[in-house]
Design a protein around this ligand. Structure first.
Ligand code: IMP
Length: 427
């Protein structure tokens, strides 16, 4: 198989960074296709922990090429900080390629993101306030500025002047925020351009040639299925397409060039930000999972809302991304729980729903319908094969495969690279 897409199957934070890092061992090229520094990946290599927001986790292998595709929105200051952070830690970054078509995040995007959130009061989306939504808004409105535009001072200055005229008006008149200085942005962004220039390329062409040359390409989605702007829990979503189809658009490859799609799913469900979450646990079990699973945002440090595994959500992810298999993460976090529940349907006004509803109003009224299974007490963090897992953990996984109709091909039992079980017959 030459090209694989990895997608988040829930609300993001499924542990995609670890799975990407694991699969990157056998890949030649690792591509990020959407989102921006709203994402956060933690990868543990031996006693070293790396936190990345923009650069694909494949960068930790020095012989691989990493790509940031056109579908990503880039805050250049963050990108440069991340490059410096990696260099300081001895990680080589020269094999990074960035699409000139990727749109830039500007200071006004961040101010507008925060101001919009503050204005919404109780209806906050709970964004990461990184300017992601406003940057994609400009892209859709056809006034966005791309990395390639930054390389030509005259083109860039003209675009910035036009944009700032409108943005400063908005900042002052609508949000009551002091206007931004064009000179300051111009100077700092032209400096960024010099630092980024050598990484820019036609990444769609590069990926096309890599696939043609039988290279293995891994497409790494950020966020998750339920944060997809079309299919997620709108409006509590991000502004891009984390589902597998997003890889084609955000990297510039045709759908016939994708061989497999792997959905990453956590052994339980988490969510940051607002919006309905039927299987949410508001009790001490939720707290137990949060503490044991370190369920605090990599990007914002916010505590994540925690709940039981929801098979309705997974079936939805299987449908939207055409998942071939699941990489199941953090099952070790459930060790020690006497009983474990799986949500397999929702009760809505006396009706039983087995598919994910289309409106938030319905979702908000859904009560979870649970199946209960016996838990296990053993420490499973050192286990290396499915057959050595406690019987109850095997039963749990088998039941999830039955309920989702998809096999589990990878099981993660800890944060390190080695703590990964591969079920060969399902890969
Ligand atoms: P934005 O992407 O910052 O606009 O935030 C929109 C929604 O997506 C909010 O609910 C965020 O909490 C959520 N979100 C964005 N990025 C991530 C992520 O990487 N993991 C989990 N949730 C995210």
């Amino acid at each position: 198989m030459s090209s694989i897409v990895i997608v988040g199957s829930q609300w993001g934070d499924e542990g995609k960074g670890k799975i990407t890092d694991f699969l990157a061992r056998t890949a030649d090229v690792i591509v990020r296709y959407q989102g921006g520094n709203n994402a956060g990946h933690t990868v543990v290599v031996g006693d070293q922990e790396y936190k990345l927001h923009l650069i694909p986790s494949g960068i930790l292998y020095k012989e691989k090429t990493c790509v940031i595709g056109n579908g990503v929105v880039i805050d250049p200051e963050i990108l440069i900080n991340e490059l410096d952070y990696l260099k300081q830690r001895g990680v080589e970054t020269k094999n990074l390629q960035i699409s000139g078509g990727a749109h830039l995040i500007f200071p006004y995007h961040k101010l507008m993101d925060a101001a919009e959130e503050d204005k919404k009061g109780n209806n906050k989306i709970g964004t990461t306030r990184r300017g992601i939504g406003p940057a994609y808004m400009d892209k859709a409105a056809r006034i966005g500025i791309r990395l390639i535009d930054l390389l030509d001072k005259d083109v860039f200055e003209e675009m910035l002047t036009r944009n700032l005229l409108e943005k400063n008006h908005l900042l002052e008149k609508v949000y009551e925020i002091p206007p931004l200085s064009k000179e300051e942005i111009l100077t700092s962004y032209l400096e960024y351009a010099e630092k980024i220039r050598s990484y820019l390329s036609d990444t769609s062409l590069f990926i096309h040639n890599a696939i043609k040359d039988d290279k293995k390409v891994l497409f790494e989605g950020a966020q998750g299925t339920l944060l997809d702007i079309d299919f997620g829990t709108y409006p509590y979503v991000t502004s891009s397409h984390p589902i597998a189809g997003g890889a084609c658009i955000g990297a510039g490859v045709g759908p016939t060039k994708i061989d497999r799609v792997i959905g990453v799913a956590k052994a339980y469900t988490t969510r940051v930000g607002s919006g309905p979450f039927p299987a949410e646990l508001m009790d001490e079990t939720g707290q137990y999972i949060r503490e044991k699973g370190h369920e605090y945002g990599t990007t914002t440090g916010r505590p994540r809302r925690c709940g039981w595994f929801d098979a309705v959500i997974l079936r939805y992810a299987v449908r939207l991304s055409g998942l071939d298999s699941i990489a199941f993460t953090k099952i070790d976090v459930l060790s020690g729980l006497k009983k474990i529940k799986i949500c397999n349907g929702y009760r809505y006004r006396g009706e039983v729903l087995t598919e994910f509803p289309q409106t938030l109003k319905v979702l908000g009224e859904c009560e979870p319908i649970y199946e209960e299974m016996d838990g296990w007490n053993e420490d499973i963090t050192g286990i290396t094969s499915f057959d050595d897992l406690p019987k109850n953990a095997q039963d749990y996984l088998n039941r999830i495969m039955e309920l989702t109709g998809v096999n589990v091909s990878i099981i993660s039992v800890g944060s390190e690279r080695g703590q990964t079980i591969v079920i060969d017959r399902f890969v």
